[in-house]
Design a protein. Structure first.
Length: 225
């Protein structure tokens, strides 16, 4: 069963929203920072979206000497294969499912829902999105990578085996290497997912051009009704 929904900042672009974007932040951050990007997306005025920016639980993070901070999962090592605590990712997947269940109760169908995130949050969005039982509108992963890539295809739900995915990454990212993101994209493409890919000359961050591209993707997969 889905867990109780996490606390989240909510922003509605218009009254009576008929679409939702659940946007997960990165390690050590909270929902407030990414909630500021909504005006930068340039969404059509007729598109009524409820944005949810949840706050991850507080936990010790191994790679940061066990310091407690908001995190979607533990990071044990810096290398690609051992970086993520997969069990922790699954716990966050359940938390995301809780948020999605609440949106269904509020009248927003999964087919009008996008999972999005940056860094750790993007990894959770990709992991949870391709495994979600009901068809989603799309997935957005920024400066992130595919956790447990070897099992992505076999564990994906039939409903989301070809869900549209947007990925963007900094070519100078020192935190999550550009090559890791490229590998993740290759796995998704080989598995049959349509991936819209963008690379930007930046580090582990976001730029206005990237956010505008995200907005265009959202407008495409969540057309105004």
């Amino acid at each position: 069963m889905p867990e109780a929904p996490l606390p989240a900042i909510e922003i509605e672009t218009a009254g009576n929203p008929d679409a939702a974007v659940i946007w997960m932040h990165g390690l050590g951050d909270d929902g407030r920072g990414w909630s500021e990007v909504v005006p930068m997306l340039g969404l059509p005025k007729r598109l009524a979206v409820r944005f949810l920016f949840p706050h991850a639980p507080v936990m010790p993070v191994t790679i940061n000497n066990g310091m407690r901070m908001r995190a979607w999962y533990d990071i044990r090592q810096a290398n690609f294969n051992e970086r993520a605590d997969v069990e922790g990712v699954r716990r966050s997947q359940a938390l995301v499912e809780g948020l999605q269940a609440r949106e269904i109760d509020r009248g927003i169908a999964p087919s009008r829902t996008v999972l999005a995130g940056f860094s750790q949050g993007g990894a959770v969005a990709l992991y949870a999105g391709i495994r979600h039982a009901a068809r989603l509108a799309g997935i957005v992963g920024l400066s992130t990578y595919l956790v447990d890539a070897d099992h992505a295809v076999q564990e994906a739900s039939a409903a989301n085996r070809d869900v549209p995915i947007f990925m963007a990454h900094g070519t100078r990212d020192p935190v999550i290497q550009y090559a890791w993101a490229e590998h993740s994209r290759a796995v998704l493409l080989a598995g049959g997912w349509p991936v819209e890919w963008h690379g930007y000359p930046m580090e582990h961050s976001a730029v206005p051009e990237e956010l505008a591209a995200v907005g265009a993707f959202l407008a495409k997969v969540l057309p105004p009704r």
